[in-house]
Design a protein around this ligand. Structure first.
Ligand code: FAD
Length: 312
């Protein structure tokens, strides 16, 4: 076998990928991790993480991912800072390509995550983690008695808006259309919630903020009316994107079973995909929980599933 052959290749370096690397490393399988375009995964674009067990006082997202990488490296895991562009799972060993470089593996663990859909404006990235978030479950707690905006018009936006009223004093839902596509039950719940205000036919043009003593803080947004194009400023302490997620599964289309939204399907209670020897873990298979700890938990499952499968 060539130098590019590995017993286990892990695609994706978020909490699922690094946990799979830690476990397969400790099982002497010398895993190789393709880190992709976002080494360390989604947590590298946030600041404080307060809900990952083991860190009593919380930890910064990028620092948590550095620790996970180092812990996996301690047991022989090796990172390749490249993106996987093509896979061939039709024969063994499996083939994984990064542009014109070819690698092979006896088992593959896919942990390519999902990306929150964002507005795509520069100021949104500037204040990501400093008021702007894509995860109410993760960051809602930081907005006690503050005013926050939720962007979106579907069930996720309604759910996030309701959830945020547990902490925030006021939640404003901004939607670009004048009708909401959320289900009636979710929409009614929001209508009945006195802390939620709905604003329709508006898009966010810019996120406003300030920088004091080297610390950035979001202070509001500039809105544009989609009908008369009038501009208005809205003060707010937080901005939550709830316009959907996209699982990073384009390279697995027509190869692995997926649901209608592109999430990889696994056999219930396991990480086995429809191809023997290919496992999937983390947000790429999960549109319900989307948390670092659940991703890490399923990364552990994938490593154990892969190890047992390799021993068969
Ligand atoms: C702003 C924000 C704040 C958050 N805060 C919290 C929090 O406080 N607590 C919490 O529990 N959760 C939080 N989350 C959610 C948490 O980050 C995710 O649930 C978790 O990161 C999912 O882990 P994962 O390993 O499945 O994938 P991800 O973290 O999404 O990582 C995916 C990995 O796959 C790689 N990849 C993708 N495609 C390819 C490819 N073709 N080739 C190679 N590599 C590829 C990427 O580079 C990346 O390394 C937050 C999310 C966001 C966006």
């Amino acid at each position: 076998m060539s130098d590019n052959h590995h017993k286990v290749i892990i695609i994706g370096s978020g909490p699922a990928g690094f946990t799979a690397a830690l476990y397969t490393g400790r099982a002497n399988l010398n895993p190789v991790i393709f880190e992709g375009m976002q080494p360390g995964g989604q947590l590298t674009i946030t600041t404080e993480v307060e809900n990952f067990p083991g860190f009593e006082n919380g930890i910064q997202g990028p620092a948590l991912m550095d620790v996970m990488r180092k812990q996996a490296e301690r047991f022989g895991a090796k990172s390749i800072y490249k993106e996987v562009t093509e896979v061939d799972f039709s024969k063994r060993p499996f083939t994984i390509k990064s542009y014109d470089e070819v690698y092979t593996a006896d088992a593959v663990i896919i942990s390519t995550g999902a990306s929150a859909k964002l507005l795509g404006i520069e100021s949104e990235s500037k204040y990501m983690g400093y008021g702007v978030s894509a995860c109410a479950t993760c960051d809602g707690f930081f907005f006690k008695n503050q005013k926050v905006i939720v962007v979106g018009g579907g069930d996720t936006a309604m759910e996030e808006a309701n959830f945020l009223t547990k902490f925030a004093s006021e939640v404003i839902v901004i939607h670009r259309r004048d009708e909401f596509r959320a289900s009636k039950i979710m929409f009614d719940r929001v209508l009945k919630n006195p802390k939620v205000k709905l604003v329709t036919s508006k898009i966010i043009k810019e996120v406003l903020g300030k920088e004091e003593n080297g610390r950035k803080t979001m202070t509001g947004v500039i809105l544009e009316d989609t009908k008369d194009h009038s501009i208005q400023e809205l003060q707010a302490d937080g901005l939550f994107m709830a316009i959907g997620h996209k699982p990073n599964t384009d390279i697995f289309k027509n190869i692995l079973d997926m649901d209608e939204t592109g999430y990889l399907k696994v056999k219930p209670g396991t990480t086995h995909t429809n191809i023997d020897g290919v496992f999937a873990a983390g947000d790429v298979t999960d549109k319900v929980y989307r948390q670092a700890i659940t991703a890490a938990g399923s990364g552990c499952m994938a490593a154990i599933d892969a190890e047992r499968w390799l021993e068969m």
